[in-house]
Design a protein around this ligand. Structure first.
Ligand code: RIB
Length: 301
């Protein structure tokens, strides 16, 4: 397998707002913070993988506004190949993130330039995709860009469909694995007309396999993760840590997971490492700024 990971995804500037608690519908509350940091699920996963030592290239877009530079900071410093990132006459993707005292977040994303990562744009980078060992996708680009990326992939497709957007069924089922949390797993099953009554993670994982995925990785927050394929379902423990900010923890997991997978780890070994990287990331504020490099001491289970 070619050892390059190509991420086709979003690049956002994250506007971080700290609140005591999340507002109820119709309620106004006071917050603090207001700083801009690097985010976007695609960019977060690319940076997480690169910091774990992987060779990573990115297909995406930023605007020609002041948010582009902070949004690209860690992609640049972690050595991600940005030759397929265009600067468009648009606004850079913006995520408004409220983080409460218990570390939980709410996120609203304005796609901006990420909306340009469509079929035509992705197709113009087909060579990069054809030579990738892993193509890693999320749900913050247009559905036709997602489909086109899968179409040109000769290697392994890994999908973390966050947020869950409607994508072509045959393209989605190429994911090996599909990475999802419990909520996303339910929505993906709905999309595939394969909904189940249970919310038990093992049942959801089995339903995703039954729906046609070759493998499933389900992230379960502080409860760890699980890996499911035709050989069975394996629970993955995660280290117990004090959560300060969970923003981008799932992205840290997905990026670190792919970094290990492309080096030849099994799904289970890669997920065990990724759970430790995800746990490391929740201990400090922000998404990419909280990610460990390969030399960091990771928390243990
Ligand atoms: O998963 C966290 C990310 O979601 C943030 O960085 C934000 O940009 C949104 O894409």
């Amino acid at each position: 397998m070619n050892n390059r990971i190509v991420v086709v995804g979003s690049i956002n500037a994250d506007l971080n707002v700290l609140v005591d608690r999340h507002p109820a519908p119709g309620e106004t509350i006071l917050g603090s913070g207001g700083n801009i940091t690097a985010g976007g699920k695609g960019a977060n996963q690319a940076v997480a993988a690169a910091l774990q030592g992987a060779d990573v290239a990115f297909i995406g877009a930023v605007g020609n506004d002041p948010y582009a530079q902070p949004a690209l900071e860690f992609l640049r410093s972690s050595g991600v190949d940005l030759s397929a990132v265009t600067e468009a006459d648009e606004t850079t993707g913006l995520a408004v993130i409220t983080v409460s005292k218990d570390g939980e977040n709410n996120i609203v994303v304005i796609p901006g330039a990420n909306a340009l990562v469509n079929c035509d744009y992705v197709s113009s980078h087909s060579d990069l995709l054809a030579h990738a060992g892993i193509v890693l996708l999320q749900g913050e680009i247009p559905a036709d860009g997602f489909k086109e990326a899968v179409h040109h992939t000769m290697g392994r497709v890994v999908v973390n469909l966050a947020p869950v957007i409607e994508v072509e069924k045959s393209a989605l089922l190429e994911a090996d694995p599909i990475i999802a949390n419990e909520h996303e797993a339910g929505l993906i099953l709905d999309q595939l007309d394969a909904s189940i009554d249970s919310t038990d993670p093992h049942d959801l994982a089995q339903a995703l396999l039954d729906a046609g995925f070759a493998s499933v990785v389900m992230t379960l927050g502080s409860a760890g993760a699980l890996v499911a394929d035709s050989t069975g379902i394996t629970d993955i423990a995660t280290p117990k840590v004090q959560a300060v900010d969970t923003t981008g923890a799932g992205d840290a997991f997905a990026g670190a997971f792919c970094a290990r997978l492309i080096k030849g780890d099994s799904l289970v070994d890669a997920a065990q490492h990724a759970a430790r990287v995800g746990a490391f990331s929740v201990q400090t504020a922000g998404a990419q700024a909280s990610y460990p490099d390969a030399g960091a001491t990771l928390p243990t289970v």
